[in-house]
Design a protein around this ligand. Structure first.
Ligand code: FES
Ligand SMILES: [Fe+2]
Length: 403
């Protein structure tokens, strides 16, 4: 079995005793077209991203009544707005008259230009949503309030012309959208395992202080599969393995993510040293605070939690071979308020690890584009990656659900 290596230096960090895994049973990965084909990508959009709850950022992106943010859900523009009672609503970003977009991304300021706020097209509506074309006016809940020079009639009934709804729900300060709301299950039904695992963390209290957006030239499933295994960690992440030695032991086969991954003794966070002056989140036991927690939540959320911060990844496929990924860094307000608060130790360390991951993912994508590639294999310690094969196959080919 070959071990992934990015350079001679990183290969030198491998402990050869780690390679003595006895089991050699391999499982086949998804075949090449699942990573390359436009047709399969179109089906994934329709069957997965338009029919599942997708993570769409943080509630603090729309803090006040009338605030809105636009989210591009795999090519569908969605408008999220907070109403005067404080409730969130989501609509397809188009007018019921002639279809004009209600908020025009190109004309909007980027929220990343505002200090401390995450990126994304955003803005503020005064009292209502007014279409920029002929000024039809909608309430924040999507109902049509009025249209200039038009009185209601048999053909023009305001109740029939509300904005097209998108399902929205929240958990832990994260916003989730469902583009087929009539078929949407309760959010907990899809996200229950994540909710239960992370119940010990005060996620709703945290705030985003930085967002990095990455353009990755790789299929979204390559990024997901990479997050789901640590077989690659020893070769790709030498700095990370110094902080979390468990990542390089036995190819990551003994990691128990449900209990958190123990860090090197004396460390408690993801920085070069593994330490920081920030306090752990309130309410954590010392044992929980000495571990790293991670969870992939299909289809587009990856959450990594240390004692003093969260790295929240949201993944957006843009083509069969490209993915936009946002990485939000969340901290507790009591730490953010301190005059010496500086998240750069965390942000810089994650940015290093992220670039290592995205670089290797792009290498996978280029390799899979070769005419010589037909299918890959999962080693035993990559078993969690098999979940993505089952997840995708069961949604695209219902009769293959047991694959
Ligand atoms: S397209 Fe919106 S008012 Fe005409
Ligand atoms: Fe990695």
């Amino acid at each position: 079995m070959e071990v992934p290596m990015t350079s001679v230096d990183s290969a030198a960090s491998l402990d050869l005793s780690d390679l003595s895994f006895e089991q050699a049973d391999l499982e086949e990965s998804l075949p090449a077209p699942y990573y390359l084909s436009d047709e399969i990508f179109a089906r994934e959009k329709e069957e997965i991203f338009f029919r599942q709850w997708v993570c769409a950022g943080r509630e603090e992106q729309v803090p006040e009544p009338g605030d809105y943010v636009l989210v591009d859900v795999v090519g569908e523009s969605v408008l999220i707005v907070r109403d005067t009672a404080g409730d969130l609503h989501a609509h397809y970003n188009l007018c019921r008259h002639r279809g004009c977009q209600l908020a025009l991304p190109a004309a909007l300021p980027r929220i990343e230009d505002r200090a401390g706020a995450p990126a994304g097209a955003s803005g503020h509506f005064h009292k209502a949503i007014r279409c920029p074309y002929h000024s039809w006016v909608y309430d924040f809940d999507g109902s049509l309030r009025g249209a200039p020079f038009l009185r209601e009639s048999e053909q023009f009934r305001k109740d029939d012309l509300s904005l097209h709804p998108v399902g929205i729900d929240t958990w832990g300060g994260f916003m989730f959208l469902h583009l087929t709301p009539g078929d949407a299950p309760p959010l907990r039904q899809q996200l229950g395992a994540t909710m239960d695992l992370f119940a010990r963390f005060p996620l709703a209290d945290l705030r985003t202080v930085r967002r990095i957006t990455y353009q990755i030239e790789a299929n979204w499933k390559v990024v997901m599969e990479n997050y789901n295994e640590c077989y690659h960690c020893a070769g790709v992440h030498p700095e990370l393995c110094k902080v979390v030695p468990a990542f390089k032991q036995y190819g990551g086969s003994n990691l128990d993510w449900s209990s958190g991954i123990p860090q090197r003794e004396g460390t408690h966070t993801y920085t070069v040293s593994g330490t920081s002056t920030r306090a752990p989140f309130p309410g954590l036991t010392p044992e929980d605070a000495s571990r790293h927690w991670g969870k992939l939540s299909y289809p587009n959320m990856m959450t990594s939690i240390s004692s003093d911060h969260v790295a929240a990844f949201t993944l957006w496929p843009t083509s069969p071979n490209s993915t936009t990924l946002t990485c939000d860094f969340l901290f507790h307000p009591s730490e953010i308020a301190k005059s010496n608060f500086d998240p750069s130790d965390v942000v810089d360390f994650w940015d290093l690890v992220n670039h290592q991951d995205w670089g290797i993912c792009e290498g996978v994508q280029r390799g899979m584009a070769s005419r010589a590639f037909t299918i890959g294999y999962y080693a035993p310690m990559e078993d969690p990656s098999l979940d993505i094969r089952r997840y995708v196959m069961s949604r695209l080919q219902p009769h293959s659900a047991t694959c």
